[in-house]
Design a protein around this ligand. Structure first.
Ligand code: G6P
Length: 365
């Protein structure tokens, strides 16, 4: 079948726009709408696991980074994350009770595949979270959980990132149930929250003018800093990666609390700082870091919800997202992470779908 841009200017734009529909379909595939606990992924049991290891490259690695927070909080299981090229060369400690999850859009990334081969047979179970069900990683893992995101053409991953988040969220709920940390009622509440994700992602997508006008400002700079805490830290890392990949602007992400240990030295009126801060438990802390930037004349773009923006003054630029339970905030904040990079790339006139020096799938080490 021929894949076209369906009226969009780029595949990346089309793939971002597809997210609500894909997430809805994936929820349906995993049986979430009406089945409660029985709708969680089958074929894995986290009850006896001493550890969960999540390994991937690029954007998929940042999905794993989000999942670390979910698994620890919901299932109280020790979690390790690593990039595949480091993992297999660092003598990772493996036991017969370890479960390892390999996340890859293509299922063919050489380092991720090698990492899977490195642990296979030495641990309890290997799980593949992949978009291509016939890929090497899907075939070689003990269990393959497909994303159902459809073909992704743009080199920069968008819809497969949010689809990876969805499968990893379901796995973290399964772990919570298996380990007796999440009862049926609490699990149902989480599943109900996941069902609202497609609608909220659609709302976040519906702010194109806002993303465009801020991107036009970011495009005039040579460096951008992204800050976030908790679940928003990996989201900031993903936002900075998207920025580098398609706009060629140097972007860095920092855990907001780490600002004072280095990057604060960079702050002046020429450095835009994008702060991702939904009104959650860590909001006040992130905002106090934002104020440290403002006191040094840094230019702030604050991404938050209405309550968060009402509670804070002084941010020069703002993006208002829907207020959602903290558990699902990574899905909603993925949208500005993608859209700011996309519109900045448009403003800079770069090749959005085929950025220089990058490949969609890296099958060599
Ligand atoms: C390449 C792509 C990235 C992708 C990474 C991992 O670097 O340009 O967009 O995140 O590979 O790819 P995978 O197929 O394993 O998810």
């Amino acid at each position: 079948t021929r894949i076209d841009k369906s009226g969009h200017r780029h595949f990346m734009a089309k793939e971002m726009a597809e997210q609500p529909a894909i997430l809805k379909a994936a929820l349906g595939f995993y049986g979430v709408p009406n089945s409660g606990i029985s709708g969680l992924p089958e074929g894995v049991d986290f009850a006896q696991a001493d550890r969960v290891i999540l390994v991937a490259c690029g954007t998929a690695h940042y999905a794993c980074h989000v999942a670390k927070y979910w698994f620890e909080q919901i299932a109280h299981v020790p979690v390790e994350i690593d990039i595949a090229s480091e993992f297999r060369y660092r003598a990772p400690v493996l036991t017969a009770k370890t479960i390892a999850i390999f996340v890859s859009q293509s299922g063919e990334t050489a380092d991720t595949l090698a990492a899977l081969r490195h642990v296979k047979g030495k641990i309890a179970q290997t799980i593949a979270v992949v978009n291509i069900p016939t890929s090497s990683i899907a075939r070689e893992a003990d269990l393959a959980l497909p994303l159902h995101a459809g073909p992704e053409i743009s080199v920069a991953s968008t819809k497969t990132f949010t689809a990876q988040l969805l499968v990893l969220a379901l796995l973290s709920l399964k772990a919570g149930v298996d380990r007796g940390r999440l009862d049926a009622k609490a699990c149902d509440q989480h599943l109900e929250a996941l069902q609202t994700v497609p609608g909220y992602v659609a709302q976040a997508l519906d702010r194109e003018d806002n993303y465009r006008s801020i991107a036009e400002i970011l495009a005039k700079h040579d460096d951008v800093l992204f800050l976030g805490r908790g679940l928003m830290y990996p989201l900031s890392l993903e936002a900075a990666l998207k920025f580098k990949e398609i706009s060629y602007i140097h972007a860095e992400a920092y855990a907001a609390g780490e600002l004072k240990h280095g990057p604060i030295a960079l702050i002046d009126k020429n450095l835009p700082v994008v702060v991702m801060a939904p009104r959650d438990d860590l909001f006040g802390k992130t905002i106090s870091n934002m104020q440290e930037v403002m006191a040094r004349s840094g230019k702030i773009v604050l991404i938050s919800d209405k309550a968060g923006l009402n509670a804070t003054g002084g941010a020069e630029y703002t993006i208002t997202l829907p207020a959602v339970p903290s558990f699902i905030s990574p899905f909603v904040y993925s949208v500005p992470a993608q859209m700011l990079a996309y519109h900045t790339a448009l403003a800079r006139g770069t090749d959005v779908d085929q950025p220089r020096n990058l490949a969609k799938s890296v099958t060599v080490e």
